[in-house]
Ligand binder design. Structure first.
Ligand code: ATP
Ligand code: MG
Length: 422
C-alpha cells in the first residue's frame, strides 16, 4: 500500500513536471509565433518592394531613394511612391506578388489622395474568394508630409493563430495527452488509496466485532472444562478442550491482526523502557521452545551481559516471536535455528538464522509488505496472513532500528536487526 507521504510526494513531483511542460510549451509557442510573424513581415516587405518596382517600371519613373516600405504595426504597412497610382493596377500587382510569396491572408488597401487630403478606400481582397467583402472597421491613418503613398492592412492578422503549423499542433496535442494521463493516474492513485484505507478500517471493525463473541466463548469453555460433570465424561472433556484450544487460537489471530492495524495507525505508542537484552531474549526462547519442537541455539558476544536497550518490551517480544515462528514454519523436519546477539560499542545486532527452505531472490524485497506471502507449490501449504514480517518492520521503524534479510533457497534465511545506541 502506498502511504500518504509517498502519494503527496509523487503528486507534487507530477505537478512540477506538468508545470514545466506547460511553461516549456508556452515558450515554444511564443518562439514559433514570433518566427511566423517575422517570416510574414519579411514576405510582405519583399512583396511590397516588388510592387513599388513594378509601379515605377509602369510609369517609367525613379525608384524612391530610401526604403519605401514602412511597417506601422504588425498588420499595417505604408508604401511611398513617386507618382499617382491607379487602384486597379495596384490591386493587380498586390494580388500577384502576395500570391508569389505565398502570403495567404486577406488584405485591404487604401490610396492617399493628396488633392482631398484623405485616404481613399481601395478594396477588400479575399485570399480564398469567400467571406466578407469589406471589413467594417477599416481604418487607414494618414501620414503627414508624404504626397503619394498607399497603405495595406491585413485585417485577419494574425493568421498564424488560426493555422498553427503541423509540428506545433502535434507537440501540443502530445503534451495535452500527457497531462490527461497524469491527471487520470492521480485519480486512480487517490481512489486506490481510499480503498486501502477502507480495507484497513474494515479489518479494524471486523476484528473488534469478533473480539467480544470470542471472549464469551473462551469464558464459557473455560467454565465448561472446569465443570465436574464434564471432566468425568472423557468425550465431553475432549470436546470442551477442543473448543477451548481453538477459541484461544482464534483469539490470537484476531489479536495479531488488531495489533498490526493499530501499529499502522501509530496509535499504539511504544512504551520505551530499558530492557536487559540477553535476559529478555533468553526468556523468549525458553517460552518458544515449548511451542515449537526445534533445535534452538543462542549465542551472544557481549562484554556486558546485563546490557540494557531502551525499547518497548512487548513489541520486542512479538518481533522475536514472529521471526522464530517464521524460522520454525518455513523449515522442513526439525527446525535448526540460531539466535545470536553481537554487541559493539555503539550498535547491537540481533540475528535469527534458520536452515529452512529460504526465500527466492525476487520475493525478498517484498516479504515485509502487508499481506505479502510467497506462493509455495507445496502440497501442504503453510498457513499465515503475511502480516508477521510487516509487523516486525513497523516495530523496527518505530524504534529507528535497521532490519535486513538475507536468504538462499534451500539453505536458509537470516534476519538481522541493528540497534543503534547513541
Ligand atoms: P504470518 O506471520 O502473518 O502468520 P506469514 O508467515 O506467511 O504469515 P510473514 O511472516 O510476513 O507472513 O512472511 C511473509 C512471507 O515470507 C511468508 O509467506 C514466507 O513465504 C516468507 N518467509 C518469511 N520468513 C521466512 C523464513 N524464515 N524462511 C523462508 N521463508 C520465509
Ligand atoms: Mg510469519
Amino acid at each position: 500500500m502506498m502511504n500518504k507521504k509517498k502519494i503527496q510526494f509523487s503528486v507534487l513531483l507530477g505537478i512540477i513536471a506538468v508545470l514545466a511542460i506547460i511553461a516549456f510549451q508556452y515558450l515554444w509557442f511564443r518562439e514559433a509565433f514570433n518566427q511566423e510573424k517575422r517570416k510574414f513581415n519579411q514576405s510582405v516587405h519583399i512583396a511590397l518592394l516588388e510592387v513599388v518596382k513594378l509601379l515605377a517600371n509602369e510609369n517609367n519613373s525613379q525608384l524612391p531613394q530610401t526604403n519605401p516600405v514602412e511597417k506601422i504595426s504588425d498588420d499595417y504597412f505604408l508604401v511611398r511612391i513617386n507618382e499617382e497610382i491607379n487602384a486597379e493596377i495596384l490591386e493587380f500587382y498586390l494580388k500577384n506578388e502576395f500570391e508569389k510569396l505565398n502570403i495567404q491572408s486577406d488584405f485591404e488597401y487604401a490610396i492617399y489622395d493628396c488633392s482631398n487630403d484623405e485616404m481613399v478606400y481601395g478594396n477588400y481582397v479575399n485570399y480564398d474568394q469567400k467571406g466578407i467583402s469589406r471589413s467594417n472597421e477599416a481604418f487607414f491613418p494618414k501620414i503627414d508630409n508624404l504626397v503619394y503613398y498607399f497603405a495595406v492592412r491585413f485585417p485577419n492578422q494574425p493568421v498564424f493563430f488560426s493555422k498553427p503549423t503541423g509540428t506545433w499542433t502535434i507537440i501540443s496535442i502530445l503534451s495535452l495527452v500527457v497531462l490527461a494521463i497524469y491527471i487520470y493516474s492521480i485519480f486512480v492513485i487517490l481512489r486506490q488509496n481510499r480503498y486501502a484505507e477502507l480495507q484497513t478500517d474494515f479489518i479494524n471493525n471486523m476484528t473488534h466485532e469478533f473480539k467480544t463473541p470470542i471472549s464469551s466463548i473462551m469464558l464459557a469453555s473455560q467454565f465448561l472444562s472446569g465443570n465436574s460433570v464434564i471432566t468425568k465424561d472423557e468425550r465431553l472433556k475432549k470436546y470442551s478442550e477442543a473448543i477451548n484450544h481453538q477459541s484461544q487460537r482464534l483469539n490470537q489471530h484476531v489479536e495479531r491482526i488488531l495489533s498490526i492495524a493499530k501499529s499502522e495507525k501509530n496509535s499504539l505508542k511504544p512504551e520505551i523502557k530499558p530492557v536487559v537484552l540477553i535476559e529478555c531474549i533468553q526468556k523468549i526462547l525458553d517460552q518458544f521452545r515449548s511451542k515449537c519442537e526445534a533445535k534452538i541455539s543462542f549465542q551472544f558476544d557481549c562484554q556486558d551481559h546485563n546490557k540494557t536497550v531502551s525499547m518497548d518490551e512487548n513489541h520486542f517480544v512479538n518481533v522475536m516471536n514472529n521471526l522464530l515462528d517464521n524460522a520454525c514454519k518455513y523449515s522442513r523436519g526439525t527446525p535448526d535455528i540460531l539466535v545470536w546477539v553481537n554487541c559493539e560499542h555503539n550498535q547491537i545486532k540481533i540475528g535469527v538464522k534458520d536452515h529452512g527452505m529460504g526465500i527466492p531472490k525476487m520475493h525478498q524485497s517484498k516479504v515485509f509488505d502487508k499481506f505479502y506471502r510467497i506462493p509455495r507449490e507445496n502440497s501442504d501449504p503453510i498457513t499465515g496472513f503475511g502480516l508477521g514480517l510487516h509487523y516486525v518492520k513497523q516495530v523496527c521503524q518505530q524504534h529507528k532500528w535497521d532490519i535486513s534479510l538475507s536468504s538462499e533457497i534451500k539453505k536458509g534465511t537470516e534476519v538481522v536487526i541493528t540497534i543503534h545506541q547513541t
